[in-house]
Design a protein around this ligand. Structure first.
Ligand code: CAA
Length: 379
């Protein structure tokens, strides 16, 4: 067991930390206030190779390990959690299932531009009646000649309105329920497809969350990813990886909240001394730091399992569950340490607080993570 970063991981951490602190952190509050997707920043991250980190270079990726990926998502999320989820979805939920399930033609056509960051992707699974219960997907895909005709409405799609390519889940046979779900690659200019409303969210506001509408959208049958009926498994396998990214994102938010609290507590004076001299504050800082380290270690552990090719469903759920709850607890403490100022938009902990909440919800709520963990314990 080796708790040291490799030289490659250390160089990568310094590079992305420097970029995130210089180019992302200074504009994060403005992006949040305007609910603006940072296209220019995402383009720079693509140039630096952060949009297809775990994809082989033959398919346009950076060929890095999953530990590098979580280091990067943590550093980006520490500066701006919205940019963190954009990077995480592209890597884990879009590029990875294409690497795992696409045929050679599909990889050349779709994976190469996504992994190199020339194109942006989205993962579209959720529907109004299929949130936690994804087996209840109602969108349909009917094969007519050389095309699948897609009908239905998807919701809560991260990057959905900004994406060039969408990994879509629809039912090819509703009578088979979960075994009738299939996966499709949809290009944004497909006739019959259009982004619907953009959600007005509490946090993570610089990441657009969209409804997607399919009205007799015809997509070539070559755009079926994997086999008909494999969609449930493709989605759950992708979400295992996605949960590693969200765990890393949560660690980044929690660390940002701790860093801000340390800095503030060294400056803020009450009762004639800086508040970090009070044990009440010290205990909060100590608890935050300990929990964040534990969350980071769970996240590194699951990334390492992925790198070793060992199934990591339970460990991804544990990392995501714990890290997201740590992010929420840390953000609550950070606001408390800042007192009245922590409730004001001028201080970044107010944004950390709002952003942290979503990590307990998307890519499987905390309750779903507990179900996944328990199922694996009781198997
Ligand atoms: N990888 C691959 N296959 C898996 C798997 C995994 N991790 N987990 C389960 N499977 C397989 C099972 O082996 C089973 O296959 P068989 O039928 O051949 O045996 C099949 O998938 C169904 O598995 P379960 O019986 O365990 O399924 P279930 O319906 O009982 O429970 C669930 C599944 C855990 C509740 C699951 O539905 C789940 O994780 N739900 C949460 C969904 C979620 O995370 N949604 C977020 C959407 S994306 C998002 O947030 C938006 C965004 O843009 C970021």
């Amino acid at each position: 067991m080796d708790f040291k970063y490799s030289e490659e991981q250390e160089i990568l951490r310094d590079t992305i930390r420097d970029f995130a602190q210089k180019e992302i952190a200074p504009v994060a509050a403005e992006l949040d206030a305007e609910a603006r997707f940072p296209k220019d920043i995402v383009a720079k991250l693509a140039e630096l190779g952060f949009m297809g980190m775990m994809i082989p270079s033959t398919y346009g990726g950076s060929e890095l390990d999953a530990v590098c990926y979580v280091i990067a998502v943590e550093e980006i999320s520490k500066a701006c959690a919205s940019t963190g989820v954009t990077v995480s979805v592209q890597n884990s939920l879009v590029c990875q299932p294409l690497l795992d399930h696409a045929d050679e033609e599909q990889k050349k056509k779709f994976l190469v531009p996504l992994a190199s960051g020339k194109k942006l992707g989205a993962f579209s699974l959720t529907e109004p009646d299929a949130g936690s219960d994804i087996a209840n997907v109602q969108a349909t895909a009917v094969l007519e000649g050389d095309h699948y005709v897609i009908n239905g409405t998807k919701i809560f799609v991260t990057s959905g309105g900004d994406a060039d390519t969408i990994v879509l889940f629809a039912s090819t046979d509703r009578s088979k329920k979960s075994k009738g779900i299939s996966t499709f690659i949809v290009e944004k200019d497909t006739p019959g497809f259009s982004p619907g409303k953009k959600e007005n969210k509490m946090g993570m506001r610089a990441s657009g969350t969209y409804e997607l509408v399919f009205e007799n959208a015809r997509i070539p049958k070559e755009n079926l990813l994997g086999q008909e009926g494999e969609g449930m498994k493709i989605s759950l396998r992708a979400l295992d990886g996605g949960r590693i990214g969200i765990a890393a994102q949560a660690v980044g938010i929690a660390q940002a909240a701790l860093d801000a609290s340390i800095e503030y507590s060294k400056q803020r004076k009450q009762f004639g001394k800086v508040i970090c001299e009070f044990q009440a504050i010290q205990w909060m800082l100590a608890d935050m730091a300990t929990e964040i380290d534990a969350a980071r270690l769970l996240t590194y552990r699951v990334a390492d399992l992925k790198d070793q090719g060992i199934r990591y469903t339970k460990e991804a759920a544990m990392a995501k569950l714990y890290a997201s709850e740590v992010a929420m607890r840390s953000a609550i403490k950070a606001v408390q340490i800042h007192g009245g100022y922590g409730y004001m938009k001028e201080y970044p902990v107010e944004r950390n607080f709002r952003d942290a909440k979503l990590t307990e919800i998307y890519e499987g709520t905390s309750e779903i993570q507990r179900l996944v963990i328990a199922a694996s314990l009781l198997r």
